[in-house]
Design a protein around this ligand. Structure first.
Ligand SMILES: [Zn+2]
Length: 343
């Protein structure tokens, strides 16, 4: 059942009060800015600016990620990158975002996490002062890291207690890393003891077993993706019963081949089964996605009504790691949108 989404619909979706909970700082580079940084460094980009994000495959994509993060080598550039991320959020009408940062990608900052956090915080603070949306950082382990490296990162985060850091995360390819839940259980336990929330990539490059481990071994407050839980009815029932939210990225799953089309995507079946789902962009610049576009895609493919849009937006807010004041304000705005103020 497909319905068309008009320009008026897009304006309403932009006005819909919402949060984004599955978004990577590494996936938000602007092509023009990268070209400018590369020129300053005397580096050559692999393609012209216009086609910079047209990747030939996963290897090309990962190589590019290293290059892009490597160019953000000064505090000023990293702050500028974070500021522009907030402009991107504002353009989608996003009221708050949990942003995942994986320190292993940022080669210029290896061994200097406190300085890296300060540089990112400076850009995010400047953005907030200019009225742009607030952001919390989810500091991410890479799936291939060792148990020792994972606990060292958590110990460092516990000692720093940086107010910008809201959660521990783990991302990376589970298809190549294999089962890693047991390896990271200790780090996630320590993160919980240190007052950090926990979000886990699973059920995308892993099947339902990755989601089971995220829940049972890592104590995940939220699952990034989690869509392949649909393959296990007992798991779907558990996610619905415990209301463990999924940060779902429909376009990312389609572009990266997890599902061939939006119609084949399980977001609607999970939602109808009572699972708490939100929609998100994952790596918006690199995938050519926007948050308004993700809502529009689902509205069109699944004939989402205003009530459904509101329920998904509500989940995005309550599933976020925003503080109580931010959540309350966004939920109030959402109620106003519901009574027609957003029309
Ligand atoms: Zn992701």
């Amino acid at each position: 059942m497909q319905t068309s989404v008009t320009t008026t619909d897009l304006a309403r979706l932009r006005a819909l009060p919402k949060a984004e909970v599955h978004l990577h700082l590494e996936g938000c580079f602007e092509a023009a800015v990268l070209a400018q940084w590369a020129a300053l460094e005397g580096r050559t980009l692999p393609r012209p600016v216009e086609t910079l994000f047209q990747f030939s495959g996963l290897a090309d994509f990962l190589e590019f990620l290293d290059l892009a993060c490597g160019l953000a080598s000064t505090p000023q550039r990293l702050a500028e990158h974070c500021y522009s991320l907030c402009q991107r959020l504002a353009a989608d009408g996003t009221g708050y975002a949990d942003v995942i940062v994986n320190p292993t990608h940022w080669h210029a900052w290896q061994g200097r996490l406190p300085q890296m956090l300060e540089a990112m915080d400076a850009g995010l603070r400047a953005a907030e002062q200019d009225g742009l949306p607030p952001v919390g950082l989810c500091i991410s382990l890479l799936r291939t890291q060792s148990a020792q490296a994972a606990t060292e990162l958590v110990e460092l985060l516990s000692a720093l207690k940086h107010p910008r850091v809201v959660a521990l995360s783990v991302d990376g390819n589970e298809a190549t890393a294999g089962r890693t839940g047991p390896r990271f259980a200790e780090a996630f336990k320590r993160a919980a003891n240190a007052g950090l929330r926990r979000t886990v990539h699973a059920g995308e490059s892993s099947g339902p077993e990755g989601v089971w481990d995220a829940v049972n071994l890592l104590g995940a407050d939220r699952i990034d993706h989690g869509v392949r839980a649909i393959e296990d009815p007992a798991l779907v029932a558990l996610l619905a019963e415990k209301q463990i939210p999924l940060g779902i990225c429909p376009s990312s799953n389609r572009v990266l081949g997890v599902y061939p089309s939006i119609e084949a995507h399980p977001v609607e079946r999970l939602r109808l089964a009572g699972v708490a789902v939100s929609v998100n962009t994952d790596d918006p610049a690199l995938l050519g996605a926007s948050l308004v576009g993700e809502y529009a895609l689902c509205q069109s493919a699944f004939a989402w009504t205003d009530d459904t849009l509101k329920a998904v937006a509500r989940t995005s807010i309550t599933a976020s790691f925003a503080n109580a004041d931010i959540q309350r304000a966004l939920l109030q705005d959402l109620a106003a949108w519901a009574t027609g103020a957003g029309d």
